[in-house]
Design a protein around this ligand. Structure first.
Ligand code: PLP
Length: 438
């Protein structure tokens, strides 16, 4: 039996069956976590989930971000059940709920004049780059080290790199054509000079710049005040398309996304995760002239399709989620708890004398075990002590508090989390860190 940091030891049959019929026994490379090989989830509600031994975890992983309201939110679940009883999937025409959702996106997100729905964030970023290439007739895409935009080939490089690979093309997957990788230029996040130099050298060939305005795929790198504005100016000057990938930041940090916080408006925006509280959805929106190039408009040259795009149950989940985000003090609650966690963690690490940088934004928090100030680029994060980062989280999981025990992953607070949940997190963190340091 594989060792388990969830403290389990019995009833591995589901996990064993999974391994015999599914490669690795899980449905995503990001769920292949050392120590959690036997974890079988049976229930999730509010701030918690349960495994098949009956053990309960307070969940700060939150499925990489979607359940912003908490698991199985009753209003979302009711909307999904109603939709499922009303219309499942017809694959033709449009439903009123799809229009409502697009109207909300147009209303809330500054860059979005028109929107289209996909089933995942990866599809949204794929289509953003495709339409940018269609509109500009250009080949190159610029991305930033530490940013993740999904699993498709153009962006599948330079997310988490070993020290020796930073600054070199570093694909996350085998099987990608070299010419596809070569068409993606990778720059350090927050490096305005690198952006200017790259545009001077290649500006006429750059179709798009794609960026997580806050790279949360390596925890949290906050943009310097002028970095996003530099991207805006360079892309405008050279006729390239600026894409903000707000799959994580969208709706979690602000109803208008990071673009509303920063005041920098991209040409295209991609969304996902928190829109539908856990149901599979993505969205792309932006300038009407670019969006009108998609083949959903007759004659649009950029092919756009998807059997499940706009699936009624998923759209109902999104409409219910966004309605609640607009009508209830969700952000006030999750920002309050997030702020409390960051402050208390800073105090904790100062008290026990561990070099640590506690950072994040709003409902997102992460601790890097390193000295120095707030990190600004992926390279800064190479100083993080991975043994401590992963080690204390493994011990947290044993204590029934779930932060993903994987390098550089962020944690999330939802509307369902309470002050008691945070008390438990802080108490368990103290114990877990001290035990890891022994
Ligand atoms: N963009 C960002 C910023 C993401 O974090 C992710 C997923 O983690 C994606 C795109 C891809 O979304 P999905 O996993 O829904 O395909």
């Amino acid at each position: 039996m594989a060792s388990s940091c969830s403290g389990r030891g019995v009833s591995e049959s589901t996990a064993a069956r999974a391994r015999s019929v599914m490669p690795g026994g899980v449905n995503s490379g990001q769920r292949s976590i050392p120590g959690l090989e036997d974890l079988v989830i049976t229930r999730a509600r509010g701030s918690r989930f349960q495994d098949d031994t009956g053990k309960e975890y307070i969940d700060f992983h939150a499925a990489f971000g979607p359940p912003i309201l908490g698991h199985n939110d009753p209003d979302v679940a009711a909307a999904v059940a109603h939709a499922a009883r009303t219309v499942d999937l017809c694959g033709v025409g449009v439903t009123d709920a799809e229009v409502q959702l697009a109207e909300v996106l147009v209303d809330l997100v500054p860059s979005i004049e028109k929107a289209l729905l996909t089933s995942t964030g990866s599809e949204a970023t794929f289509h953003a780059l495709r339409v940018a290439r269609a509109a500009t007739g250009r080949r190159l895409v610029v991305k930033f080290q530490g940013c993740y935009h999904g699993w498709h080939d153009s962006v599948s490089l330079n997310v988490i790199s070993a020290p020796g690979r930073v600054g070199r093309h570093d694909p996350i997957s085998a099987g990608i054509l070299p010419e596809v990788l070569e068409a993606t230029l990778v720059l350090p996040f927050n490096d305005e000079d690198a952006v200017r130099r790259t545009f001077e050298a290649h500006g006429r060939d750059i179709a798009a710049v794609i960026v997580e305005p806050v790279p949360h795929n390596v925890g949290c790198l906050l943009p310097t005040p002028s970095f996003l504005q530099t991207l805006r100016e360079a892309t405008q000057k050279h006729g390239s398309v600026l894409v903000f990938d707000e799959v994580i930041t969208g709706f979690r940090h602000d109803l208008g996304g990071w673009q509303r916080i920063s005041g920098v408006t991209p040409d295209l925006t991609t969304l996902g995760k928190a829109i539908a509280n856990g149901y599979p959805i993505g969205a792309i929106g932006g300038r009407a002239d670019l969006m009108d190039m998609f083949s959903s408009r007759p004659g649009g040259p950029a092919f756009f399709a998807g059997t499940y795009n706009g699936a009624p149950a998923v759209v109902a989940a999104a409409v219910a989620t966004l309605t609640k985000l607009r009508n209830e003090p969700v952000h006030e609650h999750i920002f309050g708890l997030g702020g409390r966690i960051r402050t208390a963690l800073r105090d904790l690490y100062a008290e026990i004398g561990v070099p640590a940088v506690v950072t994040g934004y709003g409902s997102i928090f992460v601790t890097y075990f390193m000295s120095g100030g707030v990190p600004r680029s992926y390279e800064d994060l190479l100083a993080n002590r991975g043994d401590l980062f992963v080690g204390y989280r493994r011990r947290l999981v044993k204590r029934g508090v779930f932060e993903l025990p994987l390098e550089l992953k962020r944690s999330h607070v939802s509307y369902a989390h309470t002050d008691d949940d945070v008390d438990r997190l802080l108490e368990a963190t103290r114990e877990a860190v001290l035990e890891t340091l022994q």
